[in-house]
Ligand binder design. Structure first.
Ligand SMILES: Cc1cc2nc3c(=O)[nH]c(=O)nc-3n(C[C@H](O)[C@H](O)[C@H](O)COP(=O)(O)O)c2cc1C
Length: 352
């Protein structure tokens, strides 16, 4: 049904999807007439935790790109999670069916989409008709998922505050600090892109602040900086300033916290990101404000008081669901450095 060249194009589009910290924990196995997607790590993160959520959101984003790319060849994609109880590492089986689907115009945006962490996101904002159209598209296409725009000032400020406290905690709690800095590839320097992990140059850190930021990867220095109010300053810089300036703040909300809903949320998020790219807008995910509220987050290093505070506050803001992804969007200068990807062969099961 698909030639090997077409298949390669589809898989290549898959790995261009965003992933938490720029790590795709997956391996593709071509299994005609479909595809198997294996989880590449030794054990699954536990249910209800934020690590599992980030993983399934990332899988969803990859799946959305696969579906969009396959549509170019008139092929429809269906995704089955955990299709084989005897193979627990088999995360997804993709079923491809010829016909009945037209080429999705968002295909053009897949290679153009990138995370933009620059501080200044400007207007003009998208029209309210365009914003509502996206809300409707998400609700119709992804069962149990919704997109919300946090346009109203009071609500936006409440949400920004929750993002701030979560971002700030990443500089205050040792386990979270370790995880944050472990993902940053200081070894590639500030002027090069990284195929896995986060290139420092893609983080939007202002040039004069780079030496200070790099030194903060050492926990004793971070602690010393915190005595001077460092984490408060960094929380403000990471969340309050960029979110307040941005014309749009959005959230993907799910009705039930399970792998399927998280996967659909990842698909929905990627679709929204591509649609905004098509409209010339930049986007930055601001995920931890949502993810640190997960019930299992406390067992993963998030202080319990923060987890409870976030969970209660989100319950008040979104009474019928829970946010799993938050993001800001607007017009912005292109980032100086963007993430790259390893060769497709590195993501194939039989690559050796
Ligand atoms: C589940 C998920 C969570 C993410 N969380 C954040 C985040 O909190 N902050 C951020 O700046 N980027 C976040 N990102 C963006 C990734 O870091 C980014 O997609 C990755 O580095 C690859 O870069 P690219 O999107 O430019 O291809 C997230 C992406 C995903 C899929």
């Amino acid at each position: 049904m698909l030639t090997s060249e077409q298949l390669r194009f589809i898989l290549q589009s898959g790995i261009l999807a965003p992933s938490a910290d720029n790590y795709h924990y997956l391996r593709f196995e071509v299994a005609p007439p479909g595809l198997k997607i294996w989880y590449s790590e030794p054990g699954w993160p536990h249910d209800g935790g934020y690590k599992r959520a980030a993983l399934f959101l990332s899988f969803g984003a990859v799946a959305e790109n696969l579906a969009i790319a396959a549509s170019r060849f008139g092929v429809r994609s269906e995704f089955e999670l955990f299709p084989d109880p005897a193979a627990p590492a088999l995360a997804i089986r993709v079923h491809w069916q010829a016909g009945g689907v037209s080429a999705d115009p968002l295909i053009e945006e897949i290679p153009k989409r990138h995370c933009n962490r620059g501080v200044v996101f400007r207007g003009p904002p998208l029209s309210s008709a365009a914003l509502s159209a996206l809300v409707q598209e998400v609700a119709a296409a992804y069962p149990g998922c919704n997109l919300a725009w946090l346009g109203e000032r009071k609500r936006k400020m409440q949400v920004v505050e929750l993002i701030r406290v979560a971002e700030q905690e990443r500089f205050r709690t040792r386990a979270l600090h370790k995880e944050l800095f472990a993902a940053i590839r200081f070894d590639v320097g500030w002027n090069r892109s990284a195929e896995t992990g986060l290139s420092p140059g893609a983080l939007g850190v202002e040039k004069p602040l780079r030496p200070l930021f790099a030194s903060l990867r050492h926990w004793p220095l971070m602690q010393a900086f915190n005595l001077l109010g460092g984490s408060g300053l960094l929380g403000w810089r990471a969340a309050v300033l960029p979110c307040r300036i941005a014309p749009h703040l959005g959230a993907i909300i799910i009705e039930r916290l399970d792998d399927k809903h998280l996967f659909n949320a990842g698909r929905a998020f990627q679709r929204v990101w591509l649609a905004l790219t098509r409209n010339g807008l930049a986007l930055q995910p601001m995920a931890v404000g949502a993810l640190f509220a997960f019930p299992g987050a406390a067992a993963e290093g998030v202080p319990e008081r923060l987890q409870r505070r976030l969970a209660e506050a989100w319950g008040g803001i979104f009474p019928t669901g829970r946010p799993v992804m938050l993001f800001r969007a607007g017009h912005a200068r292109p980032p100086p450095i963007v993430a790259s990807r390893s060769a497709l062969e590195d993501y194939m099961v039989d690559s050796g």
